[in-house]
Design a protein. Structure first.
Length: 257
């Protein structure tokens, strides 16, 4: 009852802020803008995620949402409630998600509307991904700090560890993690090198805006859809498993070769 009452009071503060006419305080420069200035090639993807997050805010918190008068604890409660309401694609309904947002992460979200939108947009886009073979379920771990650079995610199949041998489930999990991290590193290095090679090859006859056409819909190796981890769209694990589902395989250099 106390928790319900506390949350009700938080919502009342949010509603009161909507009618107060007070504009939400904006930072001098958003951490999202700082990220874009360092990675201009990812601007379109990052802004797409911010737009998705703003739509989440409008859907669950309405127009003129302003958390400035909330305490940090109230803000945490509110934003966690919003995250819990963002739906999953049917192929992810059996998944289990472990979420960690650091104290500095919550503070940044509260004081930086654009970063708040980016985090919420991450969940909106990531949870909408359809995995053709995802019904068996996966464990997901998502970590968010005070900047886009601090985010990282991992994923493990639930059925991993069903075999009967001397290794414990956790030992198998660690081995699986090490294998996936190594393969993912090779996979993304290969994608990066392909992009760099394509850029150099076409440097004399394309404009900067043309690069979106080269790498926009299916990536440099033409194996993925329009979601790109390198552009900040979905988690590394999500894209990697999409690559596997599309026939890339999980052996060799991690890209099906």
């Amino acid at each position: 009852m106390n928790e319900a009452s506390s949350f009700s009071e938080t919502l009342s503060k949010v509603e009161a802020a909507k009618t107060s006419g007070k504009k939400r305080i904006q930072p001098e420069q958003s951490t999202v803008d700082k990220y874009i200035s360092k990675h201009p090639d990812r601007k379109a993807d990052v802004e797409k995620m911010v737009t998705a997050g703003n739509n989440v805010i409008k859907q669950y918190l309405g127009e003129n949402y302003n958390p400035d008068d909330l305490t940090l604890e109230e803000y945490k409660e509110l934003i966690n409630d919003v995250i819990s309401k963002i739906p999953y694609d049917s192929s992810q309904l059996n998944d289990v998600e472990y979420l960690n947002i650091t104290e500095d992460g919550y503070k940044q979200m509260k004081s930086d509307p654009k970063y708040e939108a980016w985090v919420l947009g991450y969940f909106k886009i990531d949870r909408s991904v359809h995995f053709p073979f995802g019904a068996q379920g996966n464990y997901h771990s998502e970590h968010f700090g005070a900047s886009i650079e601090e985010h990282h995610g991992e994923s493990y199949p639930m059925n991993y560890g069903d075999g009967k041998d001397d290794d414990s489930w956790w030992e198998k999990r660690q081995k699986r993690h090490d294998m996936l991290m190594e393969q993912m590193a090779k996979y993304y290095e290969k994608r990066y090198n392909e992009r760099e090679a394509a850029m150099k090859k076409n440097a004399g006859r394309i404009t900067v805006t043309d690069t979106a056409a080269i790498f926009g819909s299916k990536g440099a190796n033409n194996t993925l859809d329009d979601s790109s981890y390198l552009g900040g769209e979905i988690s590394a694990a999500a894209e990697f498993f999409m690559m596997i589902a599309n026939g890339g395989g999980a052996t060799g250099d991690g890209a099906g070769n």
